[in-house]
Design a protein around this ligand. Structure first.
Ligand code: TUI
Length: 311
């Protein structure tokens, strides 16, 4: 892991990216991760371009290290945020929840590195063909919107299928997970749930508390019927959604659940309503038990990973 193409690509100390968590991953967290030697990311989420631009400007004030911008492709503002990446010349973009092909030419022309999240081998191959610089193989252990394969299964298959670096995501929160990802052929890792409880993460304290207290079996998957399933921590909202899903036909349930959607994430992340809000987190939440700075997290995890890997 001491040798990593992602490290070389961006000139950073550690092959680790912070997950792009909508309503959560802002300038404070992104700059902290980049200043600690990793790669911070600002999440565009569903926010309009002027808000995201402000976060990019703040991040530039807080760090002179490279950082990225995530474009959530289901956002009504995805086109604007995609263009913003070029205007602001961020070091790289990551994409989620869809196929970013239509933006590729524009990003490449602007000299921006492009790193899409891929839930399958087919999409990984397609992304490499149109010029992606790396891909993120994100397993269903992750929080938020998820695909159908686990990190353990997806990572090595994507690694075998493409020649660009593969970043493993989903279910990683310590040095053992990082070392395991390396064994699967990953060049780097991406962690979201772990960074939720970083001291620099501005998510509501009640959200942090819920992650810190979670056990191994506390996440559930909701919204399969909408075509955009999400992993969240179990709470009264998820009970309501799961009931809708079991009682209604897929189409009517999807309609109801879509209405609850993004608003619920904002409610939990910003207002701290962890009863009626959507507390997105990965299955590894059970192992995320202490608040630390992003720097402490990264240094502790890599010390362990390098020991295990004998590096
Ligand atoms: O995007 C994520 N995680 C997210 S997005 C999000 S906001 C949201 N909230 C409610 C419903 C939907 C979104 C919260 N968490 N992770 C990356 C990711 N991308 N996971 C899975 C995918 C994905 C799925 C299908 C990427 C590409 C894809 O391609 C389909 C196609 O069009 O080929």
């Amino acid at each position: 892991m001491k040798k990593s193409k992602i490290k070389e690509m961006f000139g950073v100390e550690y092959p680790i990216m912070q997950g792009a968590m909508a309503w959560i991953a802002d300038s404070s967290l992104a700059a902290a991760v980049s200043n600690a030697g990793g790669l911070g990311i600002i999440a565009g989420g569903n926010a309009p371009a002027d808000i995201v631009k402000e976060e990019i400007r703040k991040t530039k004030e807080l760090t002179n290290k490279p950082f990225g911008l995530n474009i959530m492709l289901l956002s009504p503002f995805a086109d604007d945020i995609a263009k913003l990446a070029c205007d602001e010349k961020v070091a790289f973009v990551t994409t989620g929840a869809g196929n970013p092909s239509k933006y590729m030419e524009m990003w490449k022309a602007a000299g921006i590195k492009v790193i899409p999240v891929v839930p399958s081998v087919a999409l990984a191959i397609g992304m490499e063909r149109i010029g992606a610089d790396a891909v993120i193989a994100e397993g269903l252990e992750s929080g938020g919107h998820i695909g159908k394969l686990t990190t353990m299964v997806l990572t090595p298959q994507v690694v075998d299928a493409v020649n660009i670096p593969v970043i493993a995501a989903g279910g990683i929160a310590d040095g053992r997970g990082i070392a395991a990802a390396r064994m699967l052929g990953a060049d780097a890792v991406q962690l979201g749930t772990k960074f939720l409880v970083a001291r620099e993460c501005t998510v509501h304290e009640k959200y942090k508390e819920k992650v810190l207290k979670a056990s191994d079996i506390d996440t559930v998957e909701t919204g399969r019927c909408t075509g955009h399933p999400v992993r969240v921590l179990r709470n009264p909202l998820t009970r309501k959604i799961l009931k809708l899903e079991s009682e209604m036909d897929d189409k009517s349930a999807a309609c109801e659940i879509e209405k609850i959607g993004m608003g619920a994430l904002r409610l939990a992340a910003r207002e701290g309503d962890v009863i009626n809000g959507s507390v997105m987190a990965g299955q590894i939440a059970g192992m995320v038990c202490k608040e630390q700075t992003a720097k402490e997290m990264i240094e502790e995890m890599f010390k362990q990973a390098y020991e295990l890997l004998g590096e």
